[in-house]
Write a protein that binds this ligand. Structure first.
Ligand code: CA
Ligand code: CA
Length: 280
C-alpha cells in the first residue's frame, strides 16, 4: 500500500467517530485488439478484453470493464495497450459508464454498552473515475489512478467531495486536470487553466452515481477540449495545446481510464469505448 497524505474519502472517514460506516484482480491480454486502424478502435463491450492494459484493481466482469469494484481502497488504470494513438491533431472518444452499488452511511448509536448501527443517513460512494491522455508509459499508474501521474491530462468525473482544501465544489462534478509534464494532482489547482470544476447538477445531472448508464463524448479539435454527457455539452476548455502541454511522441499518447475508492466506495464501470482521430 502506498503512503497517502491526501484528504480523500480514505482518511476523511477514519476521523468520523460519530458517524460510522457500516455497513485483485489484475489481468492483461495482449491479443490483437478490435482495431480497424492504429488510431481508430472500438469496444462495443469488453467481453473479449482485447488490447487493454489493466493495472491495479481493474478487471473485466462479464461485458464490463470494472475499473474499481465497490470495496475499500481500490485503485486502477486501464490503457489502450496496443499502441499510442494520435491525439495532437484532434480526436473524438466515446464511452458509456455506470457507477453503482455505493456504500451507505448510518448513524452510530451508543446503546450503553457499545456503538450500534443507527438510522440510515444517506448514500456515500467514492471517488469517481477519469479519462486520461498520458505519455508517461503504458505501464504507468499514479496514486489514486492519476494522482502523481506525470505528463498527463485527466478529465475527472468526481463523485466525492474532498472539501475546500482540494477545491472540490461538491461530490458530483467534472473537471480537467493537468500539470503538463509534471506530476498531475487531484487538487483542483490543476484545473484552473482549464476552467475549473463544473458542477454536473447545474447541467442536469444531479447524481452520476445513481446506477444509470451515462454516455460521454470527449472531443479535441482546434485546441478546444469539449466534454458531452448524453449529447449535452457539460464542459469546454479552449486553448489546450496538447503538443505544448505534454511531451508527446510524434503527436501520440496513451489513452484510457483511472479510478479509485477509499473509505467510501462504489463500482466504477465502463460499458463501451471507442476512439477515432479528427481532422484539424
Ligand atoms: Ca474528489
Ligand atoms: Ca475534483
Amino acid at each position: 500500500m502506498k503512503t497517502r497524505f491526501i484528504l480523500t474519502s480514505r482518511n476523511l472517514l477514519t476521523g468520523l467517530a460519530a458517524a460510522v460506516l457500516m455497513l485483485t484482480a489484475c489481468s492483461k491480454d495482449d491479443d490483437t485488439p478490435q482495431a480497424t486502424a492504429p488510431n481508430n478502435f472500438e469496444y462495443q463491450n469488453f467481453r473479449q478484453n482485447q488490447g487493454l492494459n489493466l493495472l491495479g484493481n481493474a478487471f473485466i466482469t462479464g461485458d464490463t470493464l470494472r475499473l474499481t469494484k465497490n470495496d475499500y481502497y481500490q485503485e486502477s488504470a486501464c490503457w489502450y495497450g496496443r499502441s499510442r494513438v494520435k491525439v495532437a491533431d484532434g480526436f473524438e472518444t466515446n464511452f458509456q459508464f455506470r457507477i453503482s452499488k455505493r456504500d451507505t452511511l448510518f448513524e452510530s448509536v451508543w446503546n450503553g454498552t457499545r456503538w450500534t448501527k443507527g438510522p440510515f443517513l444517506g448514500y456515500n460512494g467514492a471517488d469517481g473515475f477519469t479519462f486520461v491522455i498520458q505519455n508517461a508509459g503504458v505501464d504507468s499508474m499514479g496514486n489514486y489512478g492519476y494522482e502523481k501521474l506525470g505528463n498527463s491530462i485527466a478529465i475527472e468525473f468526481d463523485t466525492f467531495d474532498n472539501g475546500a482544501t482540494y477545491g472540490d465544489p461538491d461530490g458530483n462534478h467534472v473537471s480537467i486536470h493537468s500539470m503538463g509534464t509534471a506530476p498531475n494532482t487531484m487538487n483542483e489547482s490543476a484545473s484552473k487553466n482549464f476552467g475549473g470544476p463544473v458542477r454536473l447538477g447545474l447541467k442536469g445531472f444531479s447524481d452520476i452515481s445513481d446506477g444509470k448508464v451515462y454516455k460521454v463524448k470527449i472531443t479535441y479539435q482546434s485546441a478546444m477540449l469539449t466534454v458531452f454527457m448524453n449529447d449535452k455539452e457539460v464542459h469546454k476548455a479552449p486553448n489546450v495545446d496538447l503538443n505544448t502541454l505534454l511531451k508527446l511522441t510524434e503527436g501520440a499518447a496513451y489513452v484510457g481510464f483511472t479510478s479509485f475508492t477509499g473509505a467510501a466506495y462504489e463500482n466504477h464501470d465502463i460499458m463501451s469505448w471507442s476512439f477515432k482521430p479528427l481532422q484539424k
